[in-house]
Design a protein around this ligand. Structure first.
Ligand code: DGY
Length: 331
């Protein structure tokens, strides 16, 4: 008997070697060996011919593109937890299931968020830059030079108390910070008690009382520009903001303006509103620590994300509901 055709799985970016090797064993995997970002035509061609598409955050899969999907495309198995680049509703309406990769990047993203808080408050990048620039000509220790701020005792306001928000809260507690949060829904009292976290129903009120704000909610139509120009003005001038979620949640122009005008003490951004473009005004700010979307960039997370993608594809092809199915009502 002829062997059954293996499903065609198109993977839009280079994945860790071990993940690609396994995918090639299981599927007719079409890899992107030079890791170039797909343009719209390439994405449309992939969607026209594949059984399964494995995109990433760099692929915008909107309703128009989903309209061009071929009959065979039944699953979009996203490599990443955020799915704001995919029109999940349009996909589902066309009978295409969407999955993502939650949990396995939670701890690493929380580490990176904590790293940004430390970097901004203790001026890590500025200090490292001085040594890199000046070498052994740096001026030497001085009691009043390169002063930052202590984390202990500061009020951290977390916007979005999901998996990553909670993992950040645990780390912040270990640094002696006071944990506050705003979320669509108040979390279970046991979690609040464990994290010693104070819930703010009003985001506006929380913003006006915090020393540090961390954005950890997903980007959805409801959170687009959640930190609007009006809300940013509620922050105290000594406050800092870090964002490892999505750039679109903050009005980046307003943020850059406030930073340049000294109405905010600093920002730590791993994501940008018009990624990969970076607002030029931010680049000019000494107190902006800017990273190229590295929150989940560990060997471990990226391997485990790949494993999740494979499990989701296998479960789906075997006729089961994939473990990480994303439904529009979850967004
Ligand atoms: C995620 O998993 O959402 C990361 O931001 C990369 O997409």
């Amino acid at each position: 008997m002829p062997e059954a055709r293996k499903p065609l799985v198109v993977i839009t970016r280079k994945l860790p070697d071990a993940v690609e090797t396994r995918m090639c064993e299981l599927f007719e995997a079409r890899l992107n060996v030079d890791d170039h970002p797909f343009d719209r035509d390439e994405l449309a061609a992939a969607m026209a011919g594949a059984d399964v598409l494995v995109p990433t955050v760099t692929d915008r899969i909107d309703a128009a593109l989903i309209e061009c999907a071929g009959e065979r495309l039944r699953l979009i198995a996203n490599f990443g937890v955020g799915v704001d680049h995919i029109d999940v509703e349009a996909a589902n309406a066309k009978g295409i299931t969407v999955t993502n990769t939650p949990d396995v990047l939670t701890e690493d993203t929380a580490d990176m968020t904590m790293a940004l808080i430390l970097a901004v408050m203790r001026r890590l990048v500025e200090g490292a830059d001085i040594i890199r620039r000046e070498g052994n000509r740096w001026p030497g220790w001085s009691p009043t030079w390169m002063l930052g701020h202590r984390l202990g005792g500061k009020r951290l306001g977390i916007i979005g108390m999901g998996r990553i928000g909670q993992a950040l809260a645990r780390r912040a507690r270990a640094f002696g910070m006071q944990v506050h949060y705003h979320n669509r829904r108040r979390v279970h009292p046991d979690i609040e008690a464990e994290l010693n976290a104070t819930y703010w129903e009003s985001l506006d009120q929380m913003l006006s009382r915090m020393d540090v704000i961390s954005v950890n909610c997903p980007h959805t139509p409801a959170t687009y520009h959640l930190l609007s120009a009006r809300r940013l003005k509620l922050l105290q001038p000594h406050a800092i903001i870090v964002n490892t979620a999505r750039g679109e949640i903050i009005d980046e122009d307003a943020l850059a303006r406030m930073l340049a005008e000294g109405r905010l003490a600093g920002v730590g951004l791993d994501v940008f509103e018009h990624e990969p473009a970076v607002n030029p005004r931010l680049l000019e700010c000494r107190n902006a620590v800017l990273l190229p979307h590295m929150g989940s960039a560990t060997h471990e997370a990226r391997r485990e994300m790949g494993e999740k993608v494979i499990v989701n594809i296998r479960a789906f092809l075997d006729g089961h509901t994939p473990p990480d199915r994303v439904l529009p009502e979850m967004l």
